[in-house]
Design a protein around this ligand. Structure first.
Ligand SMILES: C[S@@+](CC[C@H](N)C(=O)[O-])C[C@H]1O[C@@H](n2cnc3c(N)ncnc32)[C@H](O)[C@@H]1O
Length: 288
């Protein structure tokens, strides 16, 4: 008999409280459960979305404890600005603690407590957008993608990094076993809430494929879309560009497991340096 989990994205408040419960353990859990591979994947996501805008404003949706944003700031060497948006107060609290440890100031980082399906920012107001391991938890992913399209400036890139299911049958088998047995056990060891980690496994199994994510991106207006499987598809980065502005062909990296750069030749990316006037108007719920 299967017991019904208390967490479901159909009732977002349960997801909010689940992340609230695991917020303090989240970073440790992430490192153990992904064997620290998430650091490499996060860096790849930041690289993908900032190639044609290395120093502007990055909006990170479902930002959690802020790793993507802080990685971007490090890469931008003091010239970037990041907006961390999440609907869970405790996760943002952890992100704020990290910002103090890193001695970041308000010019560099803003915290917005809001729903990723209703982003409280102006149209065309940010240079790049990311969402890492978050869209899977959002009730209507297509709403989130449409909102990303609205707030992104023309020429900017939106990148989704999500845990996905590999294609290779052998890897698929191992991956399934890992999700069903190892992950909940590890989850129990690193965090008090085992059901949260069971939810995590189910959500990976039940979420739409990278191909479907790319389709929705195109429906919402994104162009030059691209999928980049990581470690043979255990995770995938899907990117898209908002038409307009100056188009720069993204530089693709090599994925050892899939030779995913076969059709996209490595080429030197041009850096489009633009002065960005900070037009972001904080309309609601800005924590700091
Ligand atoms: C698995 S964590 C990912 C955190 C972070 N992006 C990272 O790279 O570790 C998912 C995050 O998405 C947030 N989240 C889920 N649904 C959301 C929504 N509809 N709006 C805003 N944040 C949401 C959760 O609160 C949680 O912090």
């Amino acid at each position: 008999m299967t017991t019904k989990l208390p967490y479901s994205k159909e009732t977002p408040e349960t997801i909010q409280s689940m992340f609230g419960n695991i917020a303090k353990d989240y970073d440790r859990g992430n490192a153990v459960l992904s064997f620290s591979m998430h650091r490499i994947w996060n860096a790849a996501l930041v690289r993908e979305v900032t190639q044609n805008q290395p120093h502007g404003t990055l909006l990170d949706l479902c930002a959690g404890t802020g790793d993507i944003g802080y990685q971007y700031l490090k890469k931008a060497k003091g010239k970037g600005h990041v907006i961390l948006l999440d609907f869970c107060e405790q996760m943002l609290g952890c992100a704020q603690e990290k910002a103090s440890e890193l001695e970041l100031n308000k010019e560099q980082v803003q915290f917005v407590q809001a729903d990723a399906q209703e982003i409280p920012l102006d149209d065309n107001s940010v240079d790049a957008i990311t969402v890492a391991y978050g869209i899977r938890n959002v009730k209507e992913p297509s709403k989130c993608i449409a909102e990303a399209f609205r707030v992104l400036r023309p020429g900017g890139t939106f990148g989704i990094l999500e845990l996905t299911r590999p294609h290779n049958p052998l890897m698929k088998l191992g991956h399934s076993a890992y999700l069903k047995t190892v992950l909940p056990l590890l989850g129990k060891m690193v965090a008090s809430d085992q059901e949260a980690y069971e939810y995590l496994c189910n959500s990976i199994h039940n979420f739409i494929s990278p191909h479907e994510m790319e389709q929705i991106m195109m429906e919402k207006g994104f162009r030059s879309t691209h999928q980049r499987p990581l470690m043979g598809g255990v995770a995938t980065i899907v990117t898209g560009m908002k038409p307009g502005g100056k188009r720069v062909e993204p530089k693709r990296a090599f994925d050892f497991f899939t030779n995913s750069n076969k059709e996209s030749p490595l080429q030197k990316s041009m850096l489009v340096l633009r002065e960005y006037d900070s037009r972001i108007r904080r309309r609601s719920l800005i924590v700091q």
